[in-house]
Design a protein around this ligand. Sequence first.
Ligand code: MN
Length: 201
Amino acid sequence: MFELSTLPYEYNALEPHIDSRTMEIHHGKHHQAYVNNLNNATKDTPAATVDLLTIIQNISRYSGAIRNNGGGHWNHTFFWSIMKPKGGGTPTGALMEAINANFGSFEAMKEQFNSAGTTRFGSGWAWLIVHDHKLVISSTPNQDNPLMDVVDVKGIPILGLDVWEHAYYLHYQNRRPDYIAAFWNVVNWDAVSANFKAATH
Ligand code: MN
């Protein structure tokens, strides 16, 4: 059985950038639903005994329900991990060097990421990924992610942002760009750096 982990911080910990009610519904209702639906979709099938990352990496072999809900479970677990209260600022060390080398500057990387999130039509995600030993910005529709064998731009995500309306609508309504701008204040760069290190070791 797949399980929902508790958040590594309180629902109100990301205020005022991401409000408590949004976090409560996002984690407790939306993420929980992906977990429940994934359990239903894998019940009594070989997928029930396969670890989630392996399922994700070979998602073309699985059903649409497993793609949507397995992706939803993986993406949200990842999303909670790359945020923290009083986050933001800039990364340091090897990650900052790689950002400067690949994008020219931290601000240029943010602009590309913001654009990927803003222009993703409908629901999906913006990503900073390691692709061919380089840092690249990408986006995916629905609950797809760059680890899946079906996406256009494959890679290892080190930062990701949920741009589904359920992630921001209560507080930001139609102002997705404001939500994306606020997100930078809660990024956990220590976690992103650890992801980068693991992806490039
Ligand atoms: Mn979401």
